[in-house]
Design a protein around this ligand. Structure first.
Ligand SMILES: C[S@@+](CC[C@H](N)C(=O)[O-])C[C@H]1O[C@@H](n2cnc3c(N)ncnc32)[C@H](O)[C@@H]1O
Ligand code: SF4
Length: 397
């Protein structure tokens, strides 16, 4: 598959408190952390990655978490300077920072902008105080709205996240909240259905029947309502949960879904790189202090750096590409895996209304989106070597 570019993901694994639904690699340290020591280790990992990926130019940088808005603007600036010096930045580089909308963090935004951040993604989650409390968030709706305004006035591009399909959420309540959100939105919105993640307090309550989320049918209605409202507002979905005005998609996320290359810096970060022997998948020590010790000892905390087989690459490319409304280019998949889904499997899915195809691409239809994973499994099982696919196509004509 032709490279969709190169980006750098920087994971900051700390939060002010742990939300009861979240299973991201995020940790609370009541005694505080030694920022300078962690940041020095990030610099070491950046240098390691620059040795693994020489000659690339950085198209996007994403500070994710955790809560990277707990980092000082000075630390963010020093990491951005290092990334620019190690690889060089594309003139159009997108630099996103995820931020929580508490007033303390919003006060730092001017510093992030001065450091070079040009896009912020705010974790608003809900515009109702009652719902924010139920989600265990530390901010209020008024603080979220104030943070959106500061963000809008400070950064050229911004987005915010909401979580819907929450316990007891009615269709009418979500319509009202979403229409309020669309009035506050800029050119991008992320709208996630609440997922019950194993091992979280929400999962324990769910197992006891004390926290009930919408059933499949109501979740599908909520999803449809979301698509209708965002389409009307000019922010259609370009991915399952991500909406943007045309051209305002998050370039860093597109890099993942178009199966590009990215360095993964920080505890638990994943990376993908094209090496001389093929595409490699990397993973990093999850635990922040063990990550720090590993980097200080060895210059990096990579746990695995594994060459992917063509079949694994094809599975990943299918899984990523079919999340996108633009879909997946079949010729790219062939170059990557030497295989394409059989004509019979494609036809079956088209007949069931789950995918659509033209000469170049396949896309999942709105009806197929709720069962995307099942579609990916079906297509992955139906992959066949190009020669067989070509013979079948010839036989069918
Ligand atoms: C890992 S958080 C990082 C951003 C920031 N710490 C925050 O929470 O605002 C990224 C986003 O994932 C979403 N998220 C996390 N856990 C989720 C869950 N169980 N279900 C749905 N969305 C979730 C939230 O919308 C959140 O904004
Ligand atoms: S603030 Fe964000 S990353 Fe931290 S626990 Fe909450 S959802 Fe997870």
């Amino acid at each position: 598959m032709p490279s969709a570019g190169f980006g750098v993901y920087v994971h900051w694994p700390f939060c002010a408190s742990k939300c009861p639904y979240c299973d991201f690699n995020s940790h609370v340290r009541a005694g505080g952390i030694d920022e300078a020591r962690f940041v020095a280790a990030y610099h070491q990992e950046l240098r390691h990655w620059a040795r693994l990926t020489p000659g690339r130019r950085v198209g996007s940088i994403f500070f994710g978490g955790g809560t990277p808005s707990l980092l000082s603007p000075g630390a963010v600036g020093s990491l951005l300077d290092a990334i620019a010096a190690l690889w060089g930045l594309d003139p159009e580089v997108e630099i996103t920072l995820e931020a929580n909308p508490s007033s303390v963090e919003a006060g730092r935004f001017a510093g992030y902008r001065a450091a070079g951040v040009n896009r912020v993604s705010l974790g608003v989650q809900s515009l109702s105080d009652r719902e924010l409390r139920a989600l265990g968030r530390l901010h209020t709706a008024a603080e979220a709205i104030a943070a959106i305004e500061v963000t809008r006035n400070t950064f050229p591009r911004f987005s915010f996240d909401l979580i819907y399909a929450r316990p007891q959420q009615t269709l009418a309540a979500w319509r009202t909240e979403l229409s309020h959100a669309l009035k506050l939105a800029g050119q991008h919105l992320s709208l996630y259905q609440l997922t019950i993640e194993a091992g979280t307090p929400f999962a324990a309550l769910n197992a006891l029947g004390k926290l009930v989320i919408p059933d499949e049918e109501r979740a599908a209605q909520l999803y449809e309502t979301t698509q209708e409202a965002t389409d009307r507002a000019g922010l259609p979905a370009y991915e399952i949960s991500n909406h943007a005005a045309p051209g305002e998609e998050c370039r860093h996320n597109l890099l993942y879904w178009r199966y590009g290359e990215y360095a993964g810096i920080g505890a638990g970060a994943h990376g993908r790189r094209l090496a001389s022997d093929g595409r490699r998948a990397t993973s990093t020590e999850l635990h922040p202090e063990r990550w720090l010790a590993a980097v200080e000892a060895a210059g990096h905390a990579l746990l695995t750096d594994t060459l992917l087989t063509p079949a694994e690459e094809a599975d990943e490319a299918l899984l990523m590409g079919l999340r996108l409304s633009e879909g997946l280019n079949l010729a790219d998949l062939e170059r990557l895996a030497g295989a394409r889904p059989s004509g019979a499997a494609l036809e079956r899915l088209v007949r069931r209304g789950l995918i659509e195809r033209d000469a170049a691409r396949i896309r999942v239809t709105p009806a197929g989106r709720p069962i995307l994973n099942a579609i990916v499994v079906e297509l992955a099982r139906a992959l066949e070597p190009i020669e067989a696919a070509a013979a079948q196509a010839r036989a069918a004509t």
